[in-house]
Design a protein around this ligand. Structure first.
Ligand code: GSH
Length: 238
């Protein structure tokens, strides 16, 4: 049965898993979930992933959620080329870094949801919007939808989110060595971070890499990888 991936082209979490699969050269069956049509909340998709988010990966029919967990799983099951450090300390540092980046997702949401998803939800009547929210499994995401569609984030809130994402780049500037963020080698930490940097350089703070030379070099090397071209990091906006 192999790998089946439910994903969305512009989703950062989906981009991570696609990049990881491409690095490994693993063929997979992809199913695109249309987030702006709230397909992630449909009865059919909630049966596959009750969390109502993408991505969701099935390996030989067994489902997994959380993009970072999927990537570690892929690395364990398909060991070549290795994408985790061998050194246990570096491995722990890698996991802590990915956990930190995962925690920044709400900052990305403030920018990302202003586009297709919120625009469609904003056009719904109150009754349609409330009916849609009933299918959103988590309170946190219900609130994110209310904010994006009914009470858009203010410039101050966007600045705060931008600041948190720039702080990530500052931390990276002190970490990058050789080809990667951890132990001087490219791997899952870089893969987990790439979709965030893509959104920063595309829209959130396009000049940010100019004043951070190590991040700029790291990004140039990452985007030159054949797997990056295959993973689909097309512009988010437009
Ligand atoms: N921590 C999760 C985040 C998943 C997530 O937030 N996915 C977003 C796209 S990047 C999504 O499905 N958003 C639609 C929604 O929340 O309704 C992961 O890394 O897999």
């Amino acid at each position: 049965m192999g790998i089946v991936l439910y994903h969305s082209p512009k989703s950062s979490a989906s981009r991570r898993v696609r990049l990881c699969l491409e690095e490994k050269g693993i063929a997979y069956e992809g199913h695109v979930i249309d987030l702006s049509a709230q397909e992630q909340h449909s009865e059919a998709y909630l049966k596959i992933n009750p969390l109502g988010v993408v991505p969701c990966m099935l390996h030989d029919g067994r489902p997994l959620h959380e993009s970072s967990v999927m990537c570690e799983y892929i690395d364990a099951v398909f060991p070549e080329p290795p994408l985790c450090p061998e050194d246990p300390y570096d491995l722990a540092v890698m996991r802590n870094w990915i956990r930190y980046v995962d925690g920044l997702i709400t900052n990305l949401i403030r920018f990302n949801w202003r586009h297709g998803m919120a625009a469609k939800a904003a056009k719904m009547s109150e009754a349609e919007f409330e009916a849609m929210l009933k299918n959103v499994p988590s309170e946190e995401r219900k609130e994110a939808w209310r904010r994006a569609a009914r009470n858009p984030y203010t410039e101050t809130e966007l600045d705060e989110a931008r600041g948190n994402l720039l702080a990530m780049l500052d931390r990276m500037e002190g970490m990058i060595a050789g080809d990667g963020l951890i132990g001087g080698r490219y791997g899952l930490a870089d893969i987990a971070t790439a979709p965030f940097v893509r959104r920063i350089e595309e829209e959130i703070a396009p000049d940010a890499l100019l004043s951070r030379p190590k991040c700029a070099g790291w990004w140039a090397a990452l985007t030159a990888r054949p797997a990056y071209a295959r993973a689909g990091f097309d512009p988010f906006v437009g």
